[in-house]
Structure formats: structure tokens, C-alpha cells
Design a protein around this ligand. Sequence first.
Ligand SMILES: Nc1ncnc2c1ncn2[C@@H]1O[C@H](COP(=O)(O)OP(=O)(O)OP(=O)(O)O)[C@@H](O)[C@H]1O
Ligand SMILES: [Mg+2]
Length: 324
Amino acid sequence: MTRDNLLDAARLTLESFRSADAAMLRCLDVARAACRTELPLLVLGESGTGKTLLAQAIHNSSRRASGPFVSFNAAALSDTLLDSQLFGHEKGAFTDAKHQLRGKFEIADGGTLFIDEIADMSPLAQAKILRAVEYGEFERLGSERLRTADVRLISATHHPLATFANTEQFRSDLFYRLAGLTVTLPPLRERPNDLRELVAVSIRRAAQGQGRSISGLSQNAADALFSYHWPGNLRELDLVIHAAVAMTEGTVIEEFAILIRNGDRPGTLPPALRPPVSADLRLRTVEREHIRRILRELAGNKTKTAQALGISRSRLERKLADAK
Ligand SMILES: Nc1ncnc2c1ncn2[C@@H]1O[C@H](COP(=O)(O)OP(=O)(O)OP(=O)(O)O)[C@@H](O)[C@H]1O
Ligand SMILES: [Mg+2]
């Protein structure tokens, strides 16, 4: 498998998750153990850290690989809908049940059932899952017949599930059932050693997908990527890089193509700006005017100006030197 196929879900394996980061390497040790065993696995981590893709990769590398990988999102479903989606229903079980439906547990028989956003399930749904996991049996809605399914369970959430279990927001007996093994994926901002490689892989994939040839990044564009805190993690990185490749006409990605939302960083919203009066609209000129104006408004304080602009102080110094 080449690195360019990284996100082709059906072919994804743990090989695609190479890392030089200690916390991530520990995650991969647990993931490899999860491939070798049938223990239920709980995947934790902020949104966009790769939980869903890791679950798929573990399934693909487990002895259930030839069986189905069935994904189910437990967020925002009513109890009835969740019940019928997970366990199925008979025709006429409720008003809208016009046909018989097999639930995800049945469909995942012989394979892996991935339940995403598990912390968002109602207490009733939690009780039903517990029974299915504990005894391996369940009924379709509207049927008394007990059914069984041979399912390996992987669940995920971006919430701190152990804390939820301690404070009774989540059943602790279910928590222990789900967490046969636990892996907590680190946020991207804590993986500085991996960022360069992840950026490179993302550029390669985006360029390939858009039929483009990109040789690299300018220094300023790289600085912008490396000084950012990535609240949306790998998902945000991938989207920013895809947009950057689309914005780039030549072969080198320049800073203006790095469209990072800095607005959610506290205290960095620059004051509202009037459109530049200068007729010179080249980016360098507009940027220089912008920097000088913020610097003026912040009484020449470079630290605050760098913060307001969402760049490092040393980068600001460089830009000011360039502008002279
Ligand atoms: N190992 C990886 N290498 C590169 N990009 C990745 C990797 N893992 C995830 N991504 C990118 O991040 C996106 C989100 O990944 P994924 O859906 O697995 O995250 P998640 O943790 O499940 O997020 P959520 O909590 O929102 O469900 C992917 O679509 C992909 O663009
Ligand atoms: Mg997910």
C-alpha cells in the first residue's frame, strides 16, 4: 500500500499510522494488541484526531477483516430510532415500521461494530447495549425471539468517558465493558514531531486528487502551519492543505493560500479594518500596511501585535525587517 492511499478506508491498515511521537507510538502499541485480540476497544481523543479511521484500520488488520465493518453513530437519535437501528425491528413494530429491518448488530455478525459518539447515548440505549455486549443477545423491536450475533465492538467518543462514568453521566458497568482496551489519540498540537510528515502526506494526496504537481511550501507558509494550534486536529489539517493546493497556481504553496481560522484563539481578533486606501493591492503591500496599523493601534507593542496577528513574535520581527 502506498502512502497516497492512506485514507482509502477499505484498504487502510495500521501501517498508515506511522509516527515519531511517543504518545502516538503508545497508541499504536495498543492498536496492534487490539488487532490480535477480540477485546472490546474504546477509542478516545478530540474530534478529528483519527478515531474513526483507526477503528477501520484495526478491523482491516484483525482476523475479522473478511467480515463486515459496520459503523453506527449514536448521536442525536431518539430511543426508538436508536433501538431499531441497532437491534432491528419487525414489520409494524411502530408506526413507521413498514418493512422488517435488520439491526447493526445482526449486520455486523462475523465482523466489527463501530459505535461512534457512544457518550451521547440515552440511559435506555446504554442498558440495551450492555445486555447485548454482556450476553451477546438481543431482540428486534416487535419480536420476542432472542437473537445472537458474533460481533467485535469498537466504540469512540470525544468526551472524557471515564469522567462521565465516575459522575454517573454514563453507566460505569457499560464503560468497563467497552474499555477492554483503551486508546487515547493525542491532539495534533501535541504531535509536533509528526506535523512535517503529516503535512507532506496531505499535500501529496491533495495534489494527486486535484491532478496537480506541488513541490513544497514557502518558508512563510510552513511557518503559518507550524505555529498554529490545530483545534480541529487531522481533519482541519487535511482541509487546510486541500484548500491550499486548490489556491495555488504554481508549484509552491505560498502563505496566502494557508487559510487558517484564527478567530477562535482568545484575544487574537484584529480590530476591524477599513479597506486599504492604497491603490497597491499586492499582498505584500497590504500585509505590510496591516501589520503597521495593528502595531500602531497596540502602541508599538510587538508581543501583543504578534498575538493579534496570530503569528510568533520572531516571525513578526522578520516581517518588519523585510518591510523596511
Ligand atoms: N492518520 C491520518 N493521517 C492523515 N490524516 C488523517 C489521519 N487520520 C485522520 N485524518 C484526517 O482527519 C479526518 C478525520 O478523521 P476521523 O474521522 O478518523 O477523526 P475522528 O477522531 O473520528 O473525528 P470525530 O470525533 O469528529 O468523529 C479524516 O477524514 C482525514 O482527513
Ligand atoms: Mg469519527
